[in-house]
Ligand binder design. Structure first.
Ligand SMILES: [Zn+2]
Length: 83
């Protein structure tokens, strides 16, 4: 028995955005540690001792959110004439 998932809320220390999730753990500290580790690994949070920053506030924010693709090799079919 590891208990039931407990809601853990991690706040960004800069903008204050909340990251909520249910986490398992033997203690509150363990659940918070698990939540912070999960956010760092899966949501791009910067987690340091005494500091939690969301993906948009971390100083070295990656540009992964800008998933822009260019389709420069698409065939040009605009000149397709029909009569
Ligand atoms: Zn933030």
């Amino acid at each position: 028995m590891t208990g039931v998932p407990v809601l853990v809320v991690v706040f960004c220390d800069d903008c204050g955005v909340e990251a909520r999730g249910d986490y398992l753990g033997p203690s509150r500290a363990a659940r918070i540690a698990g939540a912070r580790a999960w956010l760092a690994a899966n949501r791009g949070w910067l987690i340091a001792p005494g500091l939690d920053l969301c993906p948009t506030c971390r100083p070295d924010a990656p540009a992964a959110a800008n998933d822009v693709r260019t389709a420069s090799d698409l065939p040009d079919t605009s000149a397709n004439e029909r009569s």
